[in-house]
Design a protein around this ligand. Structure first.
Ligand SMILES: [Zn+2]
Ligand SMILES: [Zn+2]
Length: 271
C-alpha cells in the first residue's frame, strides 16, 4: 500500500469499527425477534367463515364460527348438507401415499358454536405454554386448527389416512382421543382449500396466542420446519405486516403448523 492511501485506509477501518458498534447498539435496544404488534381489524376480517361480526375489545379480538367448512368433503355424507356439499375422496391428497389407504372415519361434520378470544397485541410469552388437544387457532373459513397430535403426544400417523381432499377431517364422536366434541371438522396441516384460493404464501388464520399463520411458501420458495424455530415460526415483514411480525408457517413436514407450544400467551376458545 502506498503512503498516500494509508491514512485513507485507516479512516475506513475506524469508520467501520465506529458504525459497526453503533448499529449493534441499536439492535440491543429492542429484541428484533419479538416485536409486539397490534393487529388491525382489517387483517382479522380476512377470516370470512364467521357467524357474527369480528370485534376487538379490551385487548382481545373475538371471532365466532360454526366450524363447518365452506368446501366440499366426503364427511358431509348423509348429513343435512349432503346434496350440496358431499364429494367422494378424489385421491388428490399427497399426504395419503396410496389412494387405497384413504379411509372415511365414522364421524360426520356437524355445526358447532366456537368462540375464539385472542390477544390483539401478541407478544412473546416469558414461558411458553404447550398447545392442548382441540382447537389451537382459527383459519380463514372458520375451521379450527389442531396440533400435530392424535392424542396425548401420539403422532398423527394413522389419522392422516382419514384426511379428505382438503386435508381436514371431523373429530371422533366418542370422548377421548382428540378430546373432540363430536363432528368438529379441523385441520392438523395445510388447509388445501385456503392455499388453493388465496395462494401458498397467504395468511391462513391465527393461533390462539394471536400470531398469524401463513402457508408453506414464501417468495416462491417452499418453507420446511428447518427454516423455522422450535415453535414453528419466525419474524419478518410481509404483505399484511410491513413492519414485521412473528408468524407461523404450515409445512409439509411434521409438526405441520405448531411446534413446541405457543410463542405468545394463548387466549381462550369456548364451544
Ligand atoms: Zn384430527
Ligand atoms: Zn415467514
Amino acid at each position: 500500500m502506498n503512503s498516500i492511501l494509508k491514512p485513507f485506509a485507516s479512516f475506513l477501518v475506524l469508520s467501520f469499527i465506529f458504525f459497526g458498534c453503533s448499529s449493534s447498539e441499536d439492535e440491543g435496544g429492542e429484541s428484533p425477534t419479538s416485536p409486539s404488534v397490534t393487529i388491525p381489524l382489517d387483517v382479522y376480517k380476512k377470516v370470512y367463515g364467521t357467524t357474527s361480526e369480528i370485534t376487538i375489545q379490551g385487548g382481545y379480538v373475538y371471532i365466532n364460527t360454526n366450524g363447518v367448512p365452506d368446501h366440499k368433503s366426503p364427511y358431509f355424507k348423509d348429513t343435512k348438507w349432503h346434496d350440496a356439499k358431499y364429494e367422494a375422496y378424489d385421491a388428490s391428497n399427497p399426504n395419503i401415499f396410496h389412494t387405497g389407504d384413504f379411509h372415511l372415519n365414522p364421524n360426520r361434520i356437524s355445526e358447532l358454536s366456537i368462540s375464539f378470544k385472542i390477544p390483539n397485541s401478541p407478544s412473546k410469552a416469558s414461558t411458553s405454554k404447550p398447545t392442548s388437544m382441540g382447537p389451537i387457532g382459527v383459519s380463514l373459513n372458520g375451521v379450527p386448527f389442531y396440533n400435530q397430535y392424535a392424542g396425548m403426544n401420539e403422532p398423527l400417523t394413522r389419522e392422516i389416512n382419514s384426511f379428505d381432499n382438503y386435508n381436514g377431517h371431523p373429530a371422533p364422536l366418542s370422548p377421548g382421543g382428540e378430546n373432540g366434541s363430536g363432528g368438529r371438522y379441523h385441520y392438523h396441516m395445510e388447509p388445501f382449500w385456503l392455499t388453493k384460493n388465496a395462494g401458498k404464501d397467504a395468511l391462513l388464520g391465527f393461533l390462539l396466542d394471536g400470531f398469524p399463520v401463513y402457508g408453506p411458501e414464501e417468495e416462491g420458495k417452499a418453507i420446511s420446519s428447518s427454516d423455522l424455530d422450535s415453535y414453528h415460526g419466525h419474524t419478518h415483514s410481509n404483505k399484511e405486516f410491513p413492519n414485521g411480525i412473528y408468524h407461523y408457517h404450515t409445512t409439509a413436514d411434521t409438526p405441520y403448523i405448531n411446534g413446541n407450544g405457543y410463542y405468545g400467551s394463548p387466549g381462550t376458545v369456548s364451544q
